[in-house]
Design a protein around this ligand. Sequence first.
Ligand code: HEM
Length: 242
Amino acid sequence: MAANGEPTFSLLLFARLSASLVAILVLTWALYFTTSFLPQTLSQQDLIYSVLHPLLMVIGFILVSGEAILVHRWLPGSRKKKKWVHLWLQGVALGCGIFGIWTKFQGTEGVVANFYSLHSWMGLLCISLFGAQWLMGFLSFWHRGEVRMSRMRVLPWHVFLGLYTYGLAVITAETGLLEKLTFLQTKGVVLKRCSEAMVVNGLGLWLAMLCGLVILTAVSPKHYQSIPTTKVAYTDSKCLTS
Ligand code: HEM
């Protein structure tokens, strides 16, 4: 029985290691290379908002929602407990995502003036899908009057939309990293080959790795069936088993 759980254990371990590396890289970038986040206004408050956006989106939104996806794979106990933790963690991720986007609205140009980039459009799509998904999950899993059959019918869609939104969040973060780094390099603030560029590119790479690991862990079968040892013998027209 122990051997059956081993592939999931290894996947969980690698996913956790990737998540830790992603957290270290984004913290290093945001807290060590602070000059890259200095706003034109040079105000301390704007600097905090500028640093908070990648931190909240990567750690609060992507890492926490990834952990919420994995809850069903490792948390012992009843299904009800797993669902509560899953829903609660997704709620925390949604809160961080909304707060993270809100930090970008604190500029002087107003809300609509900001939405010019592919990153911002994808971000909006992503957070809207995530919010709708959370609400759907809440209603279909916790509504007492809901019959079991209709919950079972919604589940495949819930899984698909959840994994799709998670992937979308990682792609959105990748476009954010690319946009920010290209902007800094074009302005000459950051060199093409320097330690900061390596940190940001490494962050993007590990985010992509993490995304694959989380999705693979989520879709991999919970229990691997042992291969039957039954011998199969073929004759010209019949298949005989022993
Ligand atoms: C799941 C992750 C992310 C989501 C959902 C997201 C979402 C958004 C949204 C909706 C905006 C538009 C807000 C506005 O323009 O007022 C925005 C702006 C921005 N984000 Fe992100 N973001 C994410 C991750 C990141 C990361 C990792 C960075 C890296 C620094 C980043 C950098 C930026 C920058 C520089 C802007 C302002 C320029 C622009 O609007 O494109 N974002 N983000």
